[in-house]
Ligand binder design. Sequence first.
Ligand code: PRP
Ligand code: MN
Ligand code: MG
Length: 188
Amino acid sequence: MTGLENTIERILWTEQQISERVSEIASQINDDFNGSSSSMVVVGVATGAFLFLADLVRKFTWPVSVDFIRVGSYGSGTESSGAPRISSDIKIDIKGKHVLVVEDIVDTGNTLTCLISHLASKGASSVSVCSFLDKPARRKVHFELVGEGKFYRGFECPDYFVVGYGMDYAELYRNLPYVGVLKPELYK
Ligand code: PRP
Ligand code: MN
Ligand code: MG
């Protein structure tokens, strides 16, 4: 297997740029949720959100609960199946709580649409979304937040299939500390 240094054609966001942007978003969330924070549940969407969530919650200035949910639609390819399934649910009771869904990327919007209605049905008093990347060029469904929920995003992503900082191609490359585009010969 080729080492990571030989797999990336182009870096879109460096480790340094990511770190600065994560700090900015976290301070925005700290300002917005100051006071209601004691009842916030951060729900990471496995697997892609694991690094972003870990970096983000360490910048929060109040204690939060953290849980994970697994919603998959891509399988091993680069195209969404359009039918996300919740294959592993949260274990924390979110009734009456403010939920912050943490995603690595919003693409078609199918995953978030499925997830938000699921979390709303469990009685969350608000559902906000914080996605590291947003790729509006690919949007197929418009998701609605719940209650006073807000949408936060790190960067707008151009229409490339990107990997790194949690994001995979065929379950690989999530461990890259930056975000980039693979060399074309690596997409099969
Ligand atoms: C990816 C990504 C988002 C979702 C976005 O997850 O992490 O969760 O797709 O796409 P959408 O807006 O078109 O629904 P994936 O299903 O690949 O699972 P993973 O996080 O385990 O890689
Ligand atoms: Mn995902
Ligand atoms: Mg994936």
